[in-house]
Each structure stands twice: as structure tokens, then as C-alpha cells.
Design a protein around this ligand. Structure first.
Ligand code: ADP
Ligand code: MG
Ligand code: ZN
Length: 477
């Protein structure tokens, strides 16, 4: 094994768009639902039915193209990709081959090695297929066309990546751009983002690329990392044995942890592509382009820069807060209300992320409002509730978006600022703990910690620990 090899990877990423209706008909794109309840003659391929392009699909595609620095094709077309399979009721998929909506873009990724660009070869619009359910007990296959006609973007990268870290960084970058746009939720585990990994190896320094294989439909970073590792090794082993890599499509079995050849690689000819005669070419006017450009949000990279200038919080916090638009918006809106960026960041990065993880939820599932988080922070600042009470109130707020002030009031959680009531408790704690009092007076400063703890307990956490401390010291002389 004297030789050094380099891995070369290109991605084809499928993203399910967040439109309410399908790409060529008015049926709902909602996930779930009774099988075949979100269907009509168009998305079940009935003869004589005609597709009509959903404008929102086009707008999302252009927005994603602009975000990935693509050229937007001003006269794009749809083509038929012919293949016969029961999940595809028309016997062709409407896709784009000759004039895809976006071309020649790039995204910047960052890894431990630094920053680099990954080229975007093209982005095209297409429709998803239905779903086959193989019922082993009844020994039959069933088909559900609810997903048939759900809009997809396929983003094809250049073979610019060299290892798994770059691939993950590229997918993360795409995910964040698309989520910031609201064009898709890009949830890999739910299939709204999935990737095909094209991979070849070559001797380090070689000019030409090696022969590649394509492993289809990967829906987790873990599977992608495994595929890259296994496929790299498999190809190196072949070359070391003096054999050749066959260009083919492979499938990864996530349970067994290995991949197998599915079919030899088909090329465009096998699909007998031709322009879809039912759809007009899509003309993108200057006005439409300008309108979409004007609506582009501030993306993560720009936010990171702005947060560095505007907020006095660590770069680490900024990185995490801007990972999703939901979190970043929540951070900004809450900070605008209470003026305490670091405290807001602590609540979001600490308790919020902890609870989301515990419940297997995402930032977009957050229910509490900026107003209520700001109020909670102000309540702690004003010493109306203690830090530990605030954590309990927060859990309630996280679940039901309750008003923290009203809730603390109702539940009797407010700090007792009534000094005479506190003094009575402190005095009682002192009489009940003569040993600690003696220890303290004998010079053991630490004994006061125990007394503070006892007082806080007697007050059910509703006392200001600083005040308790001072009062104890005063009474202990
Ligand atoms: P096709 O249209 O036949 O699927 P393309 O040439 O358009 O093939 O490439 C598809 C994907 O394969 C792209 O993501 C591209 O970056 C990647 N790719 C192309 N050649 C190689 C190679 N030699 N090694 C790794 N990836 C490759
Ligand atoms: Mg392909
Ligand atoms: Zn339909």
C-alpha cells in the first residue's frame, strides 16, 4: 500500500419545497393523510389531464439559485424523463435537463482546513414520485400517490469535495441557506432533504478524475459519513488489486452497514428525455428577478458579521444562535425588548436547546414568545424571582408560552422581599442550627453556606440569596 489516494466527491441534493400545494396541480403537499387522499387526475397521471406550474415553486427555485450565486436561466424549460415504475403514474417524471432554472453557482464552506468554494453545477425543479408500500403479510405492493407531484429542487454540485467533513459542511451550508429562505425545512430525518453521493478516488497528484459510483438517497449525516468511508476503501482496494471501478448506482443498507450495486449507471439517453409539450417554457422577467432579489433575507454569514458588531456576546454564541433563522430571530427580538444580549443567549443556548433536545424538537417548534422571555429576564434582574425559580417558570413557558409574571404571581413564586418575614426565617434557622453558628463564630467561614442553604429551603427558593447572605452575616455579628 505505497500509494496515496485522494477522494473526489460531488453531491446531488434533493430538497422538498415548502409549498402548500403540489408543483403541477392544486393538491395538498401535507405529509401523512389517508393514502391517495391528496390526489387528482394530474398527479395520478390520468390521460388528458394537464399540468400547470405552481409559481411559488419557481420563486423558491430562483431564490435558492440567487442564494447560491447561480446564473438564473431566463427561459427555462421542463423535460420528460421517461421511466416505467409503479410509483410514477405518468410513466415519466417532469424534470429539467436541457435548460435548468439555475446554473454555475458556488457556496462557501468552512472546515478545519479553512474556507473554500464548492461549485454548483445546476439546480432544477422536478416532481417527486409516489410511495410504494410492500406488504409482506398480504404478499402485495400498495401505492400511495400523496407524494406524487410534491415539488423538489435538485441541487447538483461540482466534484469539488475531498472528504466527509467538506461534504457535511456543504450540506449544512445549503440547509441553512434554504431554511433561512423558508423554501424548505430541510429535515434529513423526515426526508425533506436527501443526498446522492458521487465518489471516485485517484492517485494523489493525478490530473484526471477516476471512475465514480453514485450512492443514492442518503438521509442522515451518519449514513453519508459511512458511505464515504466504505466506498473510498472499496475503490482503493479494487485499484490496488489491479481491477477497475465500475460506474454504477449503489444502494446503502444502513442497518447492515454496507452498500451494494443496484444497477449500472444509466445516462440521459436511457431516459429518452424530451421537452414536455404540455408546459410552456418558463420566462423569468427582469421584474420578477428583481422582486425576488429584493425579498432575499439576511443570511447566516451576514448575520454573523452584524452580530459581531452589534452585540457583546462571544463568537461561539453567535455561531450557535445563527444556525437556524428561528433561533437568530428569537435572539434579536428578545434582545430588542430587554437589552441583555448575553442573558438572552444564555437562555437560548442553555435551557432552550436542552429542552428541545430532550423532546426531540427543532428550533422551529419553539412556542414561547420573545416578549415572555424578555419578561422572564427582567423579573430575575429586578430580583422578583430567583434564578432557580426562573428555571422552573421557563419550563412552563417553553411548554405553553405562559406569561412568566402572571404565572409566578398565581403560583406564589415571587421572591419574598419582605425583609421582616425573611428576618424571622433567618432567626429561626440560626436557633435551629447552633452547631453551624458556633462553627462560623469559631472562624469557619464556610459554615455560612449551609445556613444560606437552610434559609433558602425554608423560603422554598423564593428569597434573594444575596440578601439572605447579608442578613445572616449581620445577625451573626
Ligand atoms: P449525471 O448527469 O450522469 O448524473 P454528472 O456528470 O452531471 O452526471 O454528475 C453528477 C454528479 O456526479 C455531480 O454531483 C458531479 O459533481 C459528480 N461527479 C462527476 N464526476 C465525478 C467524479 N469523477 N468523481 C466524483 N464525482 C463526480
Ligand atoms: Mg444524476
Ligand atoms: Zn393533484
Amino acid at each position: 500500500m505505497g500509494k496515496n489516494y485522494e477522494t473526489v466527491i460531488g453531491l446531488e441534493v434533493h430538497v422538498e419545497l415548502a409549498t402548500k400545494t403540489k408543483i403541477f396541480c392544486g393538491c395538498s403537499t401535507a405529509f401523512g393523510g389517508e393514502p391517495n387522499s391528496h390526489t387528482c387526475p394530474v398527479c395520478t397521471g390520468m390521460p388528458g389531464s394537464l399540468p400547470v406550474l405552481n409559481r411559488q415553486v419557481l420563486e423558491y427555485a430562483i431564490a435558492v439559485g440567487l442564494a447560491t450565486n447561480c446564473e438564473i436561466t431566463r427561459d427555462a424549460k421542463f423535460d420528460r424523463k421517461n421511466y416505467f415504475y409503479p410509483d410514477n403514474p405518468q410513466n415519466y417524471q417532469i424534470s429539467q435537463l436541457y435548460l435548468p432554472i439555475c446554473r454555475n453557482g458556488k457556496v462557501e464552506i468552512e472546515t478545519k482546513k479553512g474556507k473554500k468554494y464548492v461549485g454548483i453545477h445546476e439546480i432544477h425543479m422536478e416532481e417527486d414520485a409516489g410511495k410504494l408500500i410492500h406488504d409482506e403479510r398480504e404478499d402485495c405492493s400498495l401505492v400511495d400517490y400523496n407524494r406524487s407531484g410534491v415539488p423538489l429542487l435538485e441541487i447538483v454540485s461540482e466534484p469539488d469535495m475531498r472528504d466527509a467533513e467538506e461534504v457535511i459542511a456543504c450540506l449544512e451550508t445549503l440547509r441553512m441557506l434554504i431554511q433561512y429562505l423558508g423554501a424548505s425545512d430541510c429535515k434529513m430525518q423526515e426526508g425533506s432533504m436527501r443526498a446522492d453521493v458521487n465518489l471516485s478516488v485517484r492517485e494523489a497528484g493525478a490530473k484526471e478524475f477516476g471512475t465514480r459510483t453514485e450512492t443514492k438517497n442518503l438521509n442522515s449525516f451518519r449514513a453519508i459519513m459511512h458511505v464515504i468511508e466504505h466506498e473510498t476503501q472499496r475503490q482503493i482496494d479494487l485499484l490496488e488489486e489491479g481491477r477497475e471501478v465500475v460506474q454504477e448506482t449503489r444502494r446503502w443498507d444502513d442497518n447492515k452497514g454496507y452498500s451494494y450495486a443496484m444497477r449500472s449507471k444509466e445516462d440521459a439517453r436511457d431516459y429518452r428525455y424530451f421537452p414536455d409539450p404540455d408546459l410552456m417554457p418558463v420566462h423569468v422577467s427582469e421584474e420578477m428577478l428583481e422582486e425576488i432579489r429584493a425579498k432575499q433575507p439576511e443570511f447566516r454569514a451576514e448575520r454573523i458579521e452584524r452580530y459581531r458588531r452589534e452585540f457583546d456576546i462571544p463568537a461561539y454564541d453567535i455561531g450557535i444562535l445563527t444556525e437556524t433563522k428561528q433561533m437568530a430571530d428569537l435572539f434579536e427580538e428578545t434582545t430588542a425588548l430587554c437589552g441583555q444580549p448575553k442573558k438572552v443567549s444564555n437562555w437560548l443556548m442553555g435551557e432552550t436547546l436542552r429542552l428541545l433536545k430532550e423532546r426531540n424538537e427543532d428550533p422551529e417548534d419553539i412556542r414561547f414568545s420573545p416578549k415572555h422571555l424578555a419578561k422572564l429576564i427582567s423579573l430575575v434582574d429586578a430580583k422578583e424571582i430567583t434564578g432557580s425559580v426562573a428555571k422552573d417558570v421557563f419550563v412552563k413557558m417553553f411548554e405553553e408560552d405562559i406569561d412568566p409574571e402572571a404565572y409566578a404571581e398565581e403560583q406564589g413564586l415571587k421572591t419574598v422581599n419582605d425583609e421582616s418575614a425573611l428576618r424571622r426565617t433567618v432567626e429561626r434557622v440560626l436557633t435551629e442550627n447552633p452547631q453551624s453558628v458556633a462553627d462560623y463564630k469559631g472562624g469557619r467561614q464556610k459554615a455560612i453556606g449551609f445556613l444560606v442553604g437552610q434559609t433558602m429551603r425554608a423560603m422554598k427558593g423564593k428569597a434573594d440569596p444575596g440578601l439572605v447572605n447579608r442578613m445572616l452575616k449581620e445577625l451573626l455579628g
